[in-house]
Every structure is written in structure tokens, then in C-alpha cells.
Design a protein around this ligand. Structure first.
Ligand SMILES: [Zn+2]
Length: 228
């Protein structure tokens, strides 16, 4: 342990004073979910966009955010989400996205042409989430779409991470959390508020399905009761 002398505060010469950096402000202006089985507001809240916007508008150099994608049944349709990002600052903003590997899969030597080989990842996890643009350039007050598509072909919970770098040296970690299940009526429920006091066990479920409106049908999530 180093001893720190409490006596005289360190005085820096005036010439080296640097004002704290003021970072470019960004925000998610809108959200489009393609083929949404539920209302957009539900996704807005699941992804905690209001909290993300606080981080994007703050002067923090780094932040972390988790987009919790509502549980989906295996092999359901891909979910395409468009995050409309606005540049609130007076100068151009540039975001660079880089995938961070969370799984243990190793790249494999792969033939890509005649006598040509490259180290490629064949891991299925990378295919769970796709972001179409790796670089976003946003002019002042412009809104640019960031398109994220999630695929549901692997059982279980997965965390897909992207590191986002800005031109003014901020760094964000954005995690996309996917939960993919077999058909489970309990898990697929968005709300239990409309159910009577007790809910039948899974074994009894089939016989109740015809008479119950607020559970997801085997074809995918649906909320007849919530749809506008
Ligand atoms: Zn993997």
C-alpha cells in the first residue's frame, strides 16, 4: 500500500487545465418492430429505451445497456427491430459497431476458394442476431435507422453483445438478450392479470386452449386481447 500524504494538495500549472469533455448527445427517437405480435409500447418498455436515452444524452463516456427481447417460441418468425437514432449535437456523429464474442466457439480453417483458406466462425450464436450496418454516420438533427434482426432457432437464453464506439471516443456495450423456449403456455403469457384465480397445469392446457383467448397459439406469440 502506498502512503498518501494528506498535507498539501497537488497544484497543477495553469497551462495544463483541460475542461471536461462534452460528448455528443444521441437518442433513440422511435422504434419500429416488424411483424410485431404485440404493441410497440411493449417493446419500448422491454428494451428500456427511456433509460437508454438517459445514458445516450448524458455526458458519460461509457455505458452498458441490455435489450431484453420478449421470450419467443423456437422457430418463430425472425424479429426485425429498427432503432431510429437521432443526433442531438451540432456536429456529425459516427457510430462504429463491433460484435463481441460471448460464446466459446473457435474459428475454423475454412476453404473459401481454390487453394484459399480463412479462419471463419461457424458458430450458431452469431446467427442469432444480425445488425445490418456496422457504421452509422448521422448529421446534426438527422435520424438514422439501426436495423437489428433476431432469429429464434436455438433453445435457451443467449446474450449477444455489440461494442459501439463513437467518434468522440465514447464506448457503449449493448447486449441483446434472447430467450427461446419450447411452447410453454405459462411463459408465453404476457400478463396473468386477465386469468381467473387458478391457471390449469400444462397437462390440462390443451383442453382449455379452445376457450382461452389470452394465451399464445402454437403458431407464435399473439395477444388477441392487447392488439389495437
Ligand atoms: Zn458460438
Amino acid at each position: 500500500m502506498e502512503e498518501v500524504s494528506p498535507s498539501v494538495p497537488v497544484r497543477k500549472p495553469c497551462g495544463t487545465f483541460k475542461p471536461p469533455a462534452i460528448y455528443q448527445k444521441l437518442m433513440v427517437d422511435n422504434l419500429t418492430v416488424i411483424r410485431p405480435p404485440i404493441l410497440k409500447i411493449f417493446y419500448w418498455e422491454s428494451f428500456e429505451i427511456t433509460s437508454l436515452n438517459r445514458k445516450l444524452r448524458s455526458n458519460r463516456i461509457e455505458h452498458e445497456h441490455t435489450f431484453k427481447i420478449p421470450i419467443r417460441q423456437i422457430h418463430s418468425h425472425p424479429l426485425k427491430m429498427v432503432f431510429w437514432i437521432r443526433n442531438l449535437s451540432a456536429t456529425n456523429a459516427k457510430l462504429t459497431l463491433k460484435r463481441i464474442q460471448n460464446c466459446q466457439c473457435q474459428p475454423l480453417q475454412t476453404q473459401v476458394g481454390f487453394n484459399q483458406f480463412r479462419q471463419l466462425f461457424h458458430c450458431p450464436h452469431r446467427r442469432l442476431l444480425h445488425i445490418s450496418q456496422e457504421i452509422l454516420s448521422i448529421k446534426p438533427d438527422e435520424v438514422v435507422a439501426l436495423t437489428v434482426t433476431a432469429y429464434f432457432f436455438l433453445y435457451g437464453e443467449h446474450l449477444l453483445t455489440y461494442e459501439v464506439h463513437t467518434e468522440d471516443n465514447r464506448k457503449f456495450l449493448w447486449h441483446f438478450h434472447l430467450e427461446i423456449s419450447s411452447f410453454d403456455p405459462e411463459k408465453c403469457l404476457l400478463t396473468k392479470e386477465l386469468l381467473p384465480g387458478s391457471w390449469p397445469q400444462a397437462a390440462q392446457y390443451e383442453s382449455h386452449r379452445a376457450s382461452t383467448e389470452c394465451v399464445a397459439p402454437p403458431g407464435g406469440l399473439s395477444t388477441t386481447g392487447l392488439r389495437k
